[in-house]
Design a protein around this ligand. Structure first.
Ligand SMILES: [Zn+2]
Ligand SMILES: [Zn+2]
Length: 156
């Protein structure tokens, strides 16, 4: 089997460097195969096709109520759901992503699904099944990040 450097038609400058790069490649490959096992063992793909569950009731109830300031009213800030401009002094709900909505617009939405309709930023849910899926997704993302870091380390 051709070595990494033969495949890429270049010579390592020092033998220690070659050893380090091969070790990193090995590590990257074992991470990749580990990822395959994870993906095969846990099948959460149905969540990818389906609307996530409603936002947690407790979280929705504790969404901060904010009052529209004269400055915000001046910038013609609109509720993204109904597209009506907010009026100065009006009380609206703020999602963690900082987007503002009328209570009457956002509450029914969050009773259906857990993400901001504008930026899809997700709120916690009351569904243990979905929370597990989210954790798994975050783990996979982390693994991808580690691979990217390894790749970065190999080529710098
Ligand atoms: Zn609205
Ligand atoms: Zn948002």
């Amino acid at each position: 089997m051709a070595s990494y450097f033969e495949e890429h038609n270049c010579e390592p400058t020092v033998p220690e460097e070659q050893y380090r790069q091969n070790a990193l490649l090995e590590l990257a490959r074992s991470l990749l195969s580990g990822m395959d096992i994870d993906l095969g063992g846990l099948d959460f793909t149905e969540w990818d096709q389906r609307l996530p569950p409603p936002a947690s009731k407790q979280v929705v109830e504790s969404l901060p109520r904010v009052t529209i300031t004269p400055e915000q009213a001046d910038t013609v800030l609109k509720c993204p759901v109904c597209l009506i401009e907010f009026e100065e002094g009006e009380t609206v709900r703020r999602l963690p992503c900082e987007h503002l909505f009328h209570s009457a617009c956002i509450l029914p939405w969050l009773g259906k699904t857990n993400s901001c309709p504008l930026c899809r930023d997700e709120l916690p849910t009351d569904s243990p099944e979905y929370e597990e899926y989210k954790k798994d997704k975050a783990r996979r993302k982390q693994q991808e990040q580690r691979l990217e870091d390894l790749h970065g380390a190999m080529y710098t």
